[in-house]
Write a protein that binds this ligand. Structure first.
Ligand code: 13P
Ligand code: SF4
Length: 309
């Protein structure tokens, strides 16, 4: 039996579910039950009846799945899978930021630790940041840790002051405005699809800005044939695979060769197999932190389900 079949067999035996982010190595999709962006995977984590959740993604994603499933076993296949952006703010830094801007609600991007979420008012992902900020109905919010997503939200909403912490994603910041201008010249008929973790100047020059899953849906539905992908390589890989597989006749060009998140690429099929077999590496969050951080994530899900904050 090959490793893919072994994983699928073990998954059934152990009543496990595998959630995979769109930036994972593309072969992981062969064993995944759900593949998508941070918000889609949080929803799937909240809904699952499985006993074990294998999170093929990065640490903060597995931690969020654990917050929503305190009684389930949540496993991260490779412990190297951190996130540079999530590590840019800790509780002491958040408290200092809040003390500089007192009495303003804190919107916390899901790319953050449980400890930081526990000290924030509401969570958001790249696919719902606009709705979440809007739902608060306030003139100003603090937005952590991603300064670029926060400033993009401010630009799009137009009537809310978004005071941002100075975190960022090193992978997305490699995309510069001149890369967009060059792509326009090189591929004049292509649509440029961009993730909002990119610099806002990059976002402003693009044709569509959205989360990884929104980019993939846009590309699938569009009548255009050629697209430049301004986000992590995994998105372009999946789109090119699907175009071949389903005969879309579309071409997806990664804006630059080095748009690659190493944190997302640590997980291998072997790691997933070992994780499932040995039930390693379990993600846990201590009781009090978990309780407060869960409220922060649950509030986001409530807004998105239309049941209010
Ligand atoms: P989304 O999954 O919301 O598109 O965010 C991308 C990301 O940075 C994951 O780390
Ligand atoms: Fe973190 Fe950026 Fe990698 Fe996403 S792409 S996991 S934000 S470092």
């Amino acid at each position: 039996m090959n490793i893919t079949d072994e994983i699928i067999k073990l998954k059934k035996e152990k009543n496990a579910v595998i959630l995979a982010h769109c930036y994972q190595p593309v072969e992981i999709d062969e064993v995944a039950d759900f593949v998508g962006d941070s918000f889609y995977l949080s929803r799937k984590a909240a809904e699952t009846n499985a006993d074990i959740i294998i999170f093929a993604g990065v640490h903060f994603m597995a931690q969020s799945a654990k917050l929503l499933n305190p009684e389930k076993k949540v496993l991260l296949p490779n412990l190297n899978s951190g996130c540079f952006m999530a590590d840019m703010i800790n509780v002491a830094q958040l408290r200092q930021f809040k003390s500089q801007h007192p009495n303003i609600p804190v919107v916390c991007y899901i790319n953050s630790t449980a400890e930081v979420k526990a000290e924030s008012d509401i969570c958001c992902t790249s696919s719902n940041a606009l709705e979440i900020v809007k739902s608060l109905g306030v003139p100003e919010v603090l937005f952590i840790p991603d300064t670029y997503l926060g400033k993009w939200v401010e630009h799009k909403l137009g009537n809310v002051k978004v005071t941002t912490y100075n975190g960022f994603c090193p992978t997305h910041l490699r995309i510069r405005p001149e890369d967009i201008e060059n792509a326009r010249k090189q591929y004049p008929n292509a649509k440029i699809l961009t993730h909002p973790e990119c610099h806002w100047e990059v976002c402003k020059l693009s044709d569509f800005v959205g989360s990884t899953k929104e980019i993939m849906e846009y590309a699938q539905k569009s009548d255009e044939k050629r697209f430049v992908i301004a986000t992590e390589k995994g998105v372009a890989d999946r789109l090119n695979r699907d175009s071949k597989l389903y005969g879309w006749g579309k071409e997806f060009i990664l804006i630059k060769d080095n748009i690659f998140c190493q944190n997302m690429k640590w997980n291998t099929l072997e790691d997933i197999y070992n994780s499932l077999k040995n039930e390693e590496h379990e993600i846990t969050v201590d009781g009090k932190t978990a309780q407060k951080a869960r409220i922060c994530v649950q509030k986001m899900l409530n807004v998105m389900m239309g049941v209010g904050v």
